[in-house]
Design a binder for this molecule. Structure first.
Ligand SMILES: Nc1nc2c(c(=O)[nH]1)N[C@H]1C(S)=C(S)[C@@H](COP(=O)(O)OP(=O)(O)OC[C@H]3O[C@@H](n4cnc5c(=O)[nH]c(N)nc54)[C@H](O)[C@@H]3O)O[C@H]1N2
Ligand SMILES: Nc1nc2c(c(=O)[nH]1)N[C@H]1C(S)=C(S)[C@@H](COP(=O)(O)OP(=O)(O)OC[C@H]3O[C@@H](n4cnc5c(=O)[nH]c(N)nc54)[C@H](O)[C@@H]3O)O[C@H]1N2
Ligand code: SF4
Ligand SMILES: [Mo]
Length: 717
């Protein structure tokens, strides 16, 4: 009877804070100030008890020995990793002083607060907007993830919403297009497999390599990157040719069906086969399958929109559901994201009452050009002299990494980074502040790939001296003389205010119910009363010029966009000198650069690799496991080859994001990706890279690296 009394862990409910369309409802074991197993809530009908492995093991990340615990100040050269511990007071005073100094010297727009989606909690993620707006600092045009996809979808539907994602389980065909759902949003599979088990539904996957999702499909179409619109056009061609097009529906619910039909006459399966690299019979079979099946649910992901024709591709794929009239049926239609269904009043969180829309909006994806002082990227304003960063790791995740790193290496740039870990970005900072995780602060989350609002309460005390984003923003505001009612509110008060002012109840109600179902009625979700335009008609011929960035017009080569769905060869097509197309797809065990320091994730992903087709490997004399160098005019890096017939010849796949330090020369995969804005509304074409590949030299890094941006960075560092 001398054994210590073991306290059973308590199960508490929360929501996953990560930037993942699934936004899972969680059940977390809590014991004292530690968390244990994390499970999916069984009684949430979207999560349905299933979550990904990396979040199930969240304790490994939360209680990781490398968590930042104390404020740090840089003592050595930038990027040297030499820091000394300082008090919160000193860290905040120094940060505030630097921001005030930049403002005094160059005006408020020389300060650029910069955050993204490390946590998707609305209070902790977006509260920095309030400080920005009160101070009239530079704004951010957040292009990195969703712009290409959302723009393409809304161009057709007029609204970022669609059929209830739970209806996937009621479909007879589920088309999983350009999303590796097994890896990136596992719950899509839960519902698709339910449809297969209960209704005998067929699962079709459209991707550029044989992902785990493609392996689970009945039919996998593995096409060339950036050719999705050609496939979509051919499917619509067959629909008109073989009588699958719903002409009554088209007459009532679309802008120009006759013009579309005439345009598609030449977009035959043969035409598309030549562009996509698919077989004519493959295209015909899928066209007939979706044509004959009223309940076809198109689940459109982000992956196929991360190319220079990405918005056009998304619009073309969504157009199929209109030609077939799939929207009319339960279990039918085209879904991408539910952003528009919530109508949240974010005035208090973001300080929208004081926003000055004449301040410039710097492009998040072009941070390299911005920090290097490119006049065009600076939109004619002053240089950026001070940054305060939360929730994002631009030195790893942003395109044009060589430029980004040169920018961060500037001696005259002050950078404070509020982080959970010593990321590549924190490493470049002057001040590093330790941040809480989602189990250590209160927040509210909204589902992008489902229709729930969730409450995620603080479950444990933060370790060390970690503070939440909200606390830090409030403390900085005080030191900067920024005044707003939102700085005097607690996160719980913010959530309650927002819910009440959005007519969505109260925090007490949300907390008691854990989540709130915000699904609009069937007719609205399926656009049965019309699409989101004045005349209620889906646009096959969108007005791409209507898409405007607040203080810039449409972006990229928008004037050359095709007016009707079409293959638009504006992508980085291969050349003799750069014969490969590289796709930088996500790794299953990482989430962007998050989890790339947890041992079980690293063990699963092993090391950075590039998948190469056996035909290409043979031609170049490359064997599985060989070191190869890949590069283009933006930079180059050394990586290990994995020979696999998973994609078409000429296509390379590298799953990431690995830490930059996992590569021989310390440059991550984004040294190869470009930041030129995608038409018509910006965004980064992460999966659209023309590259060369060759066997790497025997001695890493010498000579060859000098051809790339790498050399310049090494010097700057
Ligand atoms: N495990 C894991 N989960 C994640 C993330 C992660 O990094 N890791 N990231 C999260 C974030 S921020 C987001 S935005 C979502 C994104 O999740 P997804 O919507 O899945 O988008 P991507 O991850 O960009 O790419 C998905 C798939 O698109 C394929 N693809 C690339 N180019 C093309 C193309 O031209 N045509 C077609 N048909 N397919 C193409 C890729 O091979 C990949 O398999 O996932 C989230 N979830
Ligand atoms: N090559 C390539 N690059 C890509 C992509 C790709 O497919 N290929 N995908 C792109 C996409 S879709 C996206 S969305 C971006 C994402 O890029 P990021 O938004 O930068 O995402 P993460 O890399 O996950 O970094 C988030 C950081 O926030 C920190 N964090 C988490 N919670 C908190 C918090 O509460 N407070 C504070 N202060 N910090 C916190 C985490 O520790 C982590 O370091 O990456 C893009 N980069
Ligand atoms: S699937 Fe996505 S939302 Fe669900 S636990 Fe994993 S990362 Fe979080
Ligand atoms: Mo993303």
């Amino acid at each position: 009877m001398n054994a210590p009394v073991m306290t059973a862990p308590v199960i508490r409910s929360s929501a996953c804070p990560h930037d993942c369309p699934s936004t899972c409802a969680l059940e977390i074991e809590v014991e004292g100030d530690a968390i244990g197993r994390v499970r999916g809530a069984g009684d949430n009908d979207y999560t349905a008890g299933v979550i990904c492995a990396k979040v199930a093991r969240y304790a490994e990340r939360n209680h990781h020995p490398d968590r930042l615990m104390k404020p740090l100040m840089r003592t050595g050269p930038k990027g040297s990793g030499q820091f000394t511990e300082i008090s919160w007071d000193e860290a905040l005073n120094r940060t505030a002083d630097a921001l005030l100094e930049a403002e005094a010297r160059l005006g408020p727009q020389a300060v650029w607060p910069y955050f993204y989606a490390g946590t998707m909690g609305l209070v902790q993620r977006d509260g920095l907007e309030r400080l920005r707006h009160v101070k009239r600092y530079s704004r951010t045009f957040t292009t990195i993830c969703t712009n290409t996809a959302w723009t393409g979808y809304i161009a057709g539907t007029g609204r970022l919403a669609g059929p209830d994602p739970r209806e996937i389980a009621l479909a007879d065909v589920v088309v999983i297009w350009g999303t590796n759902a097994v890896a990136t949003q596992v719950n899509v599979m839960t519902h698709a497999i339910r449809a297969r088990k209960t209704r005998g539904a067929k699962i079709v996957v459209v991707d550029v390599y044989r992902t785990e999702t493609a392996r689970q499909a009945d039919i996998a179409l593995i096409l060339k990157p950036g050719t999705d619109a050609a496939l979509a056009c051919a499917i619509m061609h067959v629909a008109f040719r073989d009588g699958y097009a719903d002409r009554d529906y088209l007459a009532a619910f679309s802008d120009c069906p006759d013009e579309l039909e005439a345009h598609l006459k030449t977009r035959s399966p043969e035409w598309a086969a030549a562009i996509t690299g698919l077989g004519v019979d493959e295209i015909e079979a899928v066209a007939a399958l979706v044509g004959r099946t009223p309940r076809t649910f198109f689940r459109l992901g982000y992956g196929f929109t991360r190319g220079r024709n990405g918005s056009v591709g998304m619009h073309a794929a969504a157009s199929i559901a209109t030609v077939l009239g799939s929207w009319q049926h339960e279990g039918g239609g085209a879904f991408h994201n539910n952003g528009a269904i919530y109508s949240l009043n974010k005035t208090m969180i973001e300080g929208l009452d004081v926003v000055d829309r004449s301040t410039r909006r710097l492009d998040q994806s072009r941070i390299g050009a911005v920090l290097e002082g490119d006049a065009d990227a600076l939109l004619g304003g002053p240089p950026v002299a001070a940054m305060f960063i939360q929730n994002t790791n631009p030195v790893s995740v942003c395109p044009e990494q060589a430029r980004v790193r040169r920018g961060f290496a500037r001696e005259d740039l002050f950078v404070a980074v509020h982080e959970q870990f010593m990321t590549e970005t924190a490493m470049m900072a002057d001040i590093v502040l330790p941040a809480t995780t989602f189990v250590e602060h209160d927040d509210i989350y909204k589902g992008g790939g489902n229709q729930y609002l969730h409450f995620g309460p603080k479950l444990i005390e933060p370790p060390g001296e970690c503070r939440s984003n909200h606390e830090v923003v409030v403390e900085l505001a005080r030191r900067l003389g920024a005044e707003h009612a939102g700085f005097a509110m607690t996160p719980r008060e913010h959530i309650d205010w927002m819910l009440r002012h959005s007519r969505l109840g109260t925090l007490d109600e949300l907390e008691a119910n854990r989540w709130r179902d915000c699904q609009p009625p069937f007719e609205e979700a399926h656009y049965l009363k019309g699409f989101g335009f004045g005349d209620g008609k889906f646009r096959f011929k969108p007005d791409w010029t209507r898409v405007k960035n607040e203080n810039a017009g449409p972006m990229g080569p928008w004037a050359e966009m095709p007016s009707l769905p079409d293959y638009w060869p504006v992508i980085e097509l291969p050349t003799a000198a750069e014969p490969f197309r590289l796709v930088t797809a996500p790794a299953r065990s990482f989430l962007n650069s998050t989890f790339n320091q947890t041992p079980s994730s690293v063990a699963k992903e092993k090391r950075p690799t590039v998948m190469i087709h056996p035909k290409d490997a043979d031609r170049l004399g490359i064997a599985d496991g060989d070191r190869v160098r890949i590069g283009n005019e933006r930079g180059s890096l050394v990586i290990h080859a994995a020979v696999a017939a998973s994609m078409q010849p000429g296509v390379l796949i590298s799953e990431g994001l690995w830490p930059n330090g996992a590569f021989e020369e310390g440059f991550g995969i984004n040294v190869l990706t470009g930041a030129d804005p995608v038409a018509p509304y910006g965004g980064a074409a992460f999966h659209d890279n023309r590259v060369w590949l060759k066997r790497a030299g025997i001695r890493p890094g010498v000579g060859e690296a000098a051809s790339a941006g790498g050399a310049a960075f090494d010097a700057a560092e």
